[in-house]
Design a protein around this ligand. Structure first.
Ligand SMILES: CCCCCCCCCC/C=C\CCCCCC(=O)SCCNC(=O)CCNC(=O)[C@H](O)C(C)(C)COP(=O)(O)OP(=O)(O)OC[C@H]1O[C@@H](n2cnc3c(N)ncnc32)[C@H](O)[C@@H]1OP(=O)(O)O
Ligand SMILES: Cc1cc2nc3c(=O)[nH]c(=O)nc-3n(C[C@H](O)[C@H](O)[C@H](O)COP(=O)(O)OP(=O)(O)OC[C@H]3O[C@@H](n4cnc5c(N)ncnc54)[C@H](O)[C@@H]3O)c2cc1C
Length: 615
């Protein structure tokens, strides 16, 4: 018999003014997609051995990793078996697109995540047809496990500064991979330490002493039978982190490690047997895997933020605290407008990121299809947009997940709430796949170029067209959606124009272009994101905003129920559908190994002698 649902949550669900299932279907892309997703979740989550006997927060660093590998094997086998052969690739992708199935199994991400998130996309995007056929067969059947090894101890952002070398030896038709310094060691790649046995390595190619830029190489670094590191390979784990502690991030050093010529992924650039180098049509095509993951991250943020606000809103409907009016009893904390302010922006942002992710994915698919036909025209715009949206959505999600945590008081600080772990996952995304400041500056680079083109009368791409609109200096402000968008466009135009004016001022003062850029870089980053609008407008917007909070209030629980996360996926004492928060907090607390005995051995070993002055 299922546990009794909390009365306040029942009341909230009765008050909801819209059809929750309809919103769930919309988010999934239709009723059939909801059905597919739920069927997939039913199948996978009913698999034995997927969940932890002991909560992983009570395991050692080593036990956590070993437990995660145990679960990853079970999980990925269950996912493979659950796949519906009658579904199209697209339907299958949709079914997992919104599902955070892996989050039900891995609170801190999976030791296989890089295999799926980067190793396979790197092969798909960087291998020639023959290489793709061979490596995709092995990688998709999990015969090999891979990762993406680009970052080094000494370099992460500056790819052209990577020190790992790949020197072509035409006599043996091999590349010699070498880490000339400690800072050249690959450092950070997920799964690298003990899980994977192959990786795509980004290394500086040299032929006859001449630099041929950064190229991708597929490299085996562990024996497929014994899993021992191969000769000339130094491997290890980089240590405990804020989060991602079951992703097995590692380091790898090469000592004159030889690989055959056909291990350079040669879709874009090629090295012939005699060492002839055939350049890529655009050297930045080598960076293509990162563009893909930045697009995926936007959708991932939407899902993670939805998970956090579901937990915090349901908890806020159950938690009663303080007095809003004398003798009126303790209200639900969700009735405090400050609590609504903290949480409802998170609900709205998750929906905004979901829609943005769909739009960006379509743009990515179009540009990728054009690239296949040799048309690179829209690649710079895709890069600029992907940089901006990855940076903005990860920054906002980190802020909003942390706000969801602090809105739950002390219980939000419990690992059993799962809010700290979700924060650990999303805040990492502000750094990986391109540190956010660096990516915003890439976008700023495109904005400055676009404004210069607009000022010389050239047509701009759709996403930059706001820079060529002659925006009147006194825009008639109204708080309609259209009016607000126009306001933002005017602010955005002003930010770019001001940054550019600042750079020109520095150049006139005698600074070189690079120093002028650096001096203006705070403004340039601001030009790539949005900031405030003028004073007078704020009051009008504020009234509208507070009115909106009141309209959302009766639907808040319905809005998060519509995300349709199962309790296993929320994995939270505060966010379960039945709202039995206090019982769950106690159930989880009793699982602490410290509660196995009333008196811990440290009393007799240390405390008692200390308190009796004998230590
Ligand atoms: C798990 C829970 C969370 C849920 C989220 C879901 C996530 C899904 C998967 C998550 C799983 C695992 C997580 C771990 C994954 C993380 C893996 C990594 O971190 S891999 C390493 C990532 N590293 C980077 O991103 C490095 C960032 N640096 C760069 O990209 C480049 O160095 C640079 C772009 C900053 C500069 O490159 P550089 O060669 O120096 O170029 P210039 O600045 O000189 O010139 C810029 C010029 O080039 C164009 N350009 C740059 N990059 C690209 C590109 N990618 N595509 C196209 N064009 C590009 C740029 O537009 C400029 O053009 P101009 O015409 O000259 O202006
Ligand atoms: C959880 C996690 C997982 C990761 N997984 C992988 C992986 O699987 N594979 C992989 O290859 N890498 C991985 N990385 C590494 C990640 O890609 C790098 O950390 C990231 O690219 C940033 O590089 P960095 O750490 O060297 O920082 P740096 O590049 O040294 O940046 C440090 C600071 O300097 C600033 N800075 C740098 N350049 C500029 C500039 N031009 N203008 C202004 N400011 C600048 C940055 O904004 C930042 O604040 C992972 C990282 C994390 C945190």
């Amino acid at each position: 018999m299922s546990a009794k649902v909390n009365d306040d949550l029942l009341t909230e669900r009765r008050k909801c003014e819209f059809n929750v299932e309809e919103l769930t279907n919309y988010l999934d892309g239709g009723a059939q997609a909801t059905q597919n997703r739920r069927k997939l979740e039913d199948k996978v989550l009913s698999t034995k051995g997927l969940f932890d006997e002991v909560p992983e927060e009570y395991l050692s660093h080593k036990e956590k990793y070993e437990n995660a590998v145990r679960k990853a094997v079970v999980y990925y086998k269950a996912m493979k078996e659950a796949e519906d052969p009658n579904q199209t690739e697209q339907e299958r992708a949709n079914a997992t697109y919104r599902s955070l199935l892996h989050a039900a199994v891995f609170k801190d991400n999976s030791p296989f995540s890089l295999h799926l998130a980067m190793f396979i996309p790197a092969i798909l995007g960087q291998a020639d047809e023959e290489q793709k056929k061979y490596w995709m067969k092995r990688a998709s059947k999990m015969e090999i496990i891979g990762t993406y090894a680009q970052t080094e101890l000494g370099h992460g952002t500056f790819i052209r500064g990577l020190e790992t070398t790949a020197t072509y030896d035409p006599k043996t038709e091999e590349f010699v991979l070498h880490s000339p310094t400690l800072t050249a060691y690959k450092w950070w790649p997920g799964s690298l330490a003990h899980t994977a046995n192959y990786c795509v390595v980004m290394a500086h190619l040299y032929i006859n002493g001449k630099s041929c830029g950064i190229q991708p190489f597929i490299v085996q670094f562990r024996d497929e039978e014994t899993h021992q590191p191969l000769p000339g390979i130094k491997l290890g784990e980089i240590g405990a982190k804020l989060g991602f502690n079951t992703v097995n991030n590692g380091f790898l050093g090469f000592d004159q490690h030889r690989i055959p010529r056909n291990r350079m992924l040669m879709k874009n650039a090629q090295v012939l047997k005699d060492g002839t180098f055939k350049r890529s049509p655009n050297s930045k095509l080598t960076y293509g895997t990162m563009v893909y993951v930045r697009v995926v991250i936007v959708n991932g943020m939407a899902n993670q933020l939805a998970r956090a606000v579901t937990i915090a809103v349901r908890y806020s409907a159950v938690r009663r605290q303080s007095e809003l009016k004398p003798d009126a009893g303790e209200p639900q904390i969700l009735d405090y407008v400050t609590q609504q302010h903290k949480l409802f922006i998170g609900i709205a942002s998750s929906h905004a990121f979901t829609l943005t992710a769909k739009w960006l994915t379509r743009m990515y698919q179009k540009v990728t299809a054009d690239l296949e036909k040799g048309n690179l025209d829209e690649l710079p715009e895709l890069h600029a947009i992907a940089c901006c949206l990855k940076a903005v959505t990860t920054t906002d999600t980190s802020v909003l997940v942390e706000r969801s945590r602090t809105s739950c008081g002390g219980h939000g600080y419990m690992l059993s709430s799962n809010l700290p772990q979700i924060y650990g996952l999303v805040t990492a995304a502000c750094t990986y796949e391109g540190e956010n400041t660096v990516l915003m500056l890439q976008t700023a680079r495109s904005l400055v170029k676009a404004l210069e083109q607009a000022q010389s009368g050239k047509r701009l791409s759709p996403t930059m067209s706001y820079l060529s609109e002659k925006v009147s200096s006194r825009l008639k402000w109204d708080n309609s959606i259209d009016g607000i968008v126009k306001g933002f466009r005017r602010v955005a135009y002003g930010k770019v124009e001001s940054a550019m004016r600042s750079m020109r001022k520095y150049v006139r003062s005698g600074l070189g272009p690079e120093d002028a850029w650096n001096m203006s870089s705070v403004q340039l980053v601001a030009a790539s994101e949005y900031t405030s609008i003028s004073e007078a407008d704020i009051r009008q917007l504020q009234d509208t905003y507070e009115d909106l909070l009141g309209k959302i209030r009766p639907n808040a629980v319905g809005l998060v129920d519509a995300f349709d996360f199962r309790d296993q996926i929320l994995n939270s004492t505060l966010g379960a559908y039945d709202g039995r928060v206090y019982e769950r907090l106690m159930e989880e607390a009793l699982k602490s190994p410290l509660n196995a005995e009333p008196v811990n051995q440290s009393f007799h070993k240390y405390l008692k002698p200390f308190m009796q002055g004998k230590l």
